[in-house]
Design a protein around this ligand. Structure first.
Ligand code: SF4
Length: 252
């Protein structure tokens, strides 16, 4: 695990998992999420963010793909010092890492870069090269899903930047919901925002944005599985375009 606060990156060991007698049970978390999902539907994103940080305290984190830094920025305003988890797959575009480093340097957040158990070279050596081209689900599991599960073991709740208008698969995204598989509360404060809302927020607060959007990319993931999109295409059409795959498995 590597963490960064303001002035650079600091290496840590494996994520700590202290026993915490005050930790809420899955049943308590589900009850909280069910009530909040109804009460906060239609609420401003700041109010949803404030509820999450005041409810979960340091058992809460933001996750960011660093396509843009809107949600990280939103939470930095509401709860300075909040943890921002970034899954450093080892296969990101340099432009994406630049956004991460800018966020760590300029925002009041604690960026935690979580790495897979194997480097890309170790994975190539053990499972063969270009696993992403042969078995993208396995590659995503090893480089995204397992690292996220490991990172979330430190938290009861996490926030994402999922939006309903991103794709048909995300059209029913709730603002708050209990993820039964993870046993944690998932918070999506900008679920109801449109792309125009995102653009307005970026312009108002001068939020860092991945330079690849200006180069024809509609959605940004690892470089082997992301291509530019054409005019009129779904923004996520450039993700895993060679496969019948639309999600990496982080949001199922
Ligand atoms: Fe591997 Fe592609 Fe998934 Fe990245 S997006 S983890 S390269 S399959």
């Amino acid at each position: 695990v590597v963490t960064a606060t303001g002035l650079g990156l600091v290496s840590l060991g494996a994520p700590a998992a202290p026993a915490d007698p005050t930790r809420r049970s899955p049943a308590d978390l589900k009850a909280l999420a069910d009530a909040a999902g109804v009460a906060l539907e239609g609420a401003p994103a700041e109010e949803i963010a404030r509820w999450a940080t005041s409810t979960f305290g340091d058992r809460f984190c933001v996750t960011s793909s660093m396509a843009d830094a809107v949600v990280a920025h939103l939470f930095s305003r509401v709860s300075p010092g909040v943890d921002v988890v970034f899954l450093d797959t080892g296969l990101h575009f340099p432009e994406t890492l630049k956004v991460r480093d800018t966020v760590a340097r300029t925002m009041a957040v604690n960026v935690r870069s979580i790495r897979p158990r194997r480097t890309v070279g170790q994975q190539d050596g053990e499972l063969g090269p270009r696993l992403f081209a042969r078995s993208p689900d396995e590659c995503c599991f090893l480089r995204k899903v397992e690292p996220l599960e490991r990172a979330l073991s430190d938290y009861d709740s996490w926030a994402t930047g999922l939006r309903r208008d991103e794709s048909p698969t995300r059209a029913n995204t709730p603002v708050v919901a209990f993820d039964a598989k993870k046993g944690k509360v998932k918070v999506n404060p900008i679920a109801a925002w449109t792309q125009a809302d995102v653009d307005r927020y970026i312009a108002r607060w001068n939020v860092p944005v991945n330079e690849l959007f200006k180069k024809g990319y509609g959605s940004i993931g690892c470089w082997p599985c992301t291509r530019r999109t054409k005019a009129g295409e779904d923004p996520r059409a450039g993700r895993w375009a060679m496969f019948e795959k639309t999600e990496c498995g982080l949001h199922v």
